[in-house]
Design a protein around this ligand. Structure first.
Ligand SMILES: [Ca+2]
Ligand SMILES: [Ca+2]
Length: 490
C-alpha cells in the first residue's frame, strides 16, 4: 500500500503515464528519483539498506577492541551509519566503508547485541541489522557503573529484600530473622525472629512492606511453620506491625495457612509483593509434586492474590469456580516461582519460574494464565491455552552456542528480578528494563523493552543472588545469600 501511494504522488508531480505495480514497485519508483529532475523532484522516501558485517552473528570470546563494520546502500546516498551495542550508541560513520570500534572491556562478559542502521539525507532510516555475540574477558559491571559487593555484609542465608520509603532495608534470613539496615548499618536486633523449619528450601522465604508503609506499619512475611507433628509443617503468610525498627510484641496476625507440605523440602516459592492494584501477590511452589501446578483446587504451583487483610478478592479469576484457598489462585502452571516483580505504575508482573531440566523462565503475569508446568517448560511444548514465557534461557549451551531462545544466557535457577523505574540515575536506555539474576551462574541480565526485550549481560557478582530491587536512590540492590551488592551509576 505504501509503494502504491508513493507512486501516485509521483504521477501527480510528473503527470507521467506510468503503469504501476502496486504489489512492490516502491523501491523501483525510488530509484527513478536518482535519475534527474531533482530540483522539482519529490521528497526521497526510500530508506537505505544495511547489513552488519562485523562482528558476525553468534561470534564468541570477543575481547579487546572490537571492530564494527557495515555495508549500506541507498537510492541516492547513505549519509550515516550508526552502530549500537545493547541499544546504546557505539559510534557513527558518515563515509564508506562504514566502521566503528568498541572496547569490549567496558561491557560485562556475556551476551551483547551489536547492530547498525543507515540513514539518508532525507532522514529515512533502514531497519537495524543485528548480531548476537558473546564478549569474553572478566568485566563484571559496565563502564560508568560502580559495584560495591560489600554494601551490606554479614547476612545469614538471606532470601528476600524490601525497602521502606525512608530508606531502611528489611532483609529476610532463611533461619527466621528479619534484619533491618538503617543509616549505613545492619541493626543487631532483628525486626522479628520467627521460629521456622529452615530445612532445604524452607524457612523465611518472602518479605514485603505494605504499600502505605510506614503510615500503615505492616510487614508481611512468608515462612515455613515448624509445627512439630508429622504432616503439619506448612507455609504461612503473616502480618506484623512495626513499631520503630521492631515488630510490636504479639502483633503477628496469621493471614493464610497454606496446605501441609510433603516430605519434600524444595519448591516452596517465596516472594510476596503488592501489585499496583493494592493486592498482595504470593509465589507458591508445587512442593515437588508437579501435578499440583495444573490442579486448580490446590494453591500450590501458583501465583496467589489476596487483599491486604488476607481475604480473597472476589474478582480473582477462579473465585467463582473454586472453594477455600483455591479461590486465591491468580495464575497457575508454575513450578517454583521463588521470585517475581511488579513494575512501578504499570503494575506489569514478571514471574520468574525456576525450571527443572532445560529452561529458566520469565513469564508475564496475566489473571488466569497457565504457564504450562509440568507439560511445558520454557518454549518447549507450549500448546493451546498455555502462555509462553516472555524470555527463557537454557541450562547449557544450545548448538551452536547462542542460537535459539535465551541466546548465550545459561544458568540453572532464576532467582531475583526487578524493573528499573521509568526514570532514575541509570542512563535512559536502562529505564524500564527488567533485571533478572541467576542463583547458580551469579549473573545479572537485563531485558530491553524498547528493543523487543532483547537480553544483555549487565553484571556478575560473587555471592549467589536471590532477590533484587531498585533502591530509592536509583541504585540496583542485589541480595545474595550473605550480603547486598549495590550497583550504582556512576
Ligand atoms: Ca533514500
Ligand atoms: Ca512455562
Amino acid at each position: 500500500m505504501g509503494a502504491c501511494s508513493t507512486a501516485r504522488r509521483w504521477m501527480l508531480v510528473f503527470a507521467a503515464p506510468l503503469l504501476l505495480n502496486c504489489g512492490g514497485g516502491g523501491s523501483g519508483g525510488g530509484s527513478g528519483g536518482a535519475s534527474g529532475e531533482n530540483e522539482i523532484g519529490p521528497t526521497d522516501t526510500t530508506a537505505p539498506q544495511v547489513t552488519l558485517t562485523a562482528p558476525v552473528n553468534l561470534a564468541i570470546d570477543l575481547t579487546g577492541t572490537l571492530a564494527l563494520g557495515a555495508v549500506a546502500t541507498d537510492n541516492i546516498a547513505v549519509t550515516r551509519v550508526e552502530f549500537e551495542v545493547d541499544g546504546l550508541g557505539a559510534g557513527t560513520d558518515d563515509t564508506a566503508p562504514f566502521a566503528a570500534s568498541v572496547n569490549t572491556a567496558e561491557y560485562a562478559a556475556g551476551q551483547h547485541v551489536v547492530r547498525a542502521r543507515a540513514r539518508d539525507a532525507a532522514g529515512n532510516v533502514s531497519a537495524w541489522s543485528a548480531a548476537t555475540v558473546k564478549f569474553g574477558g572478566s568485566t563484571s559491571v559496565p563502564a560508568g557503573f560502580t559495584k560495591n559487593e560489600r554494601f551490606i555484609s554479614g547476612l545469614s542465608q538471606a532470601t528476600a529484600l524490601a525497602q521502606a520509603p525512608d530508606g531502611r532495608l528489611f532483609i529476610a534470613e532463611q533461619g527466621g530473622a528479619v534484619r533491618v539496615y538503617k543509616a549505613g548499618g545492619l541493626l543487631l536486633q532483628p525486626f522479628v525472629r520467627l521460629a521456622v523449619d529452615a530445612s532445604g528450601e524452607r524457612g523465611l522465604i518472602g518479605l514485603t512492606l505494605h504499600p502505605n508503609f510506614p503510615a500503615t506499619p505492616h510487614v508481611f512475611a512468608h515462612y515455613t511453620v515448624n509445627a512439630g507433628a508429622a504432616g503439619a509443617t506448612h507455609n504461612r503468610i503473616s502480618r506484623f506491625t512495626a513499631q520503630g525498627d521492631e515488630a510490636m510484641a504479639s502483633s503477628e496476625l496469621v493471614l493464610v495457612e497454606l496446605p501441609p507440605l510433603s516430605a519434600a523440602t524444595n519448591h516452596n516459592g517465596g516472594a510476596l509483593h503488592f501489585g499496583a492494584d493494592g493486592k498482595l501477590y504470593v509465589g507458591v511452589g508445587e512442593n515437588a509434586d508437579p501435578s499440583k501446578s495444573q490442579d486448580l483446587r490446590s494453591p500450590l504451583g501458583k501465583l496467589l492474590r489476596f487483599n491486604d487483610d488476607g481475604s480473597i478478592p472476589a474478582d480473582n479469576p477462579f473465585f467463582a469456580a473454586q472453594q477455600g484457598l483455591a479461590r486465591a489462585v491468580w495464575a497457575y502452571g508454575l513450578r517454583n516461582p521463588f521470585s517475581f516483580a511488579v513494575q512501578p505504575l504499570t503494575g506489569r508482573i514478571h514471574i520468574n519460574d525456576a525450571g527443572a531440566n532445560t529452561w529458566e523462565e520469565i513469564n508475564v503475569g496475566v489473571a488466569g494464565a497457565n504457564f504450562g508446568w509440568p507439560g511445558s517448560e520454557g518454549p518447549d511444548n507450549v500448546g493451546a491455552g498455555i502462555a509462553a514465557p516472555l524470555f527463557a534461557y537454557r541450562h547449557s549451551d544450545a548448538a551452536p552456542p547462542g542460537s535459539g531462545p535465551g541466546g548465550f544466557f545459561t544458568g540453572f535457577a532464576i532467582a531475583g528480578g526487578t524493573f528499573y523505574p521509568a526514570t532514575g540515575v541509570f542512563p535512559a536506555p536502562y529505564h524500564s528494563n527488567y533485571f533478572f539474576a541467576d542463583f547458580g551462574r551469579r549473573f545479572i541480565g537485563r531485558l530491553d523493552p524498547a528493543n523487543g526485550n532483547a537480553a544483555y549481560a549487565f553484571a556478575s557478582i560473587s555471592d549467589a543472588p536471590v532477590d533484587m530491587r531498585v533502591g530509592i536512590d536509583g541504585a540496583l540492590l542485589v541480595l545474595g545469600r550473605a550480603g547486598v551488592t549495590r550497583i550504582s551509576s556512576p
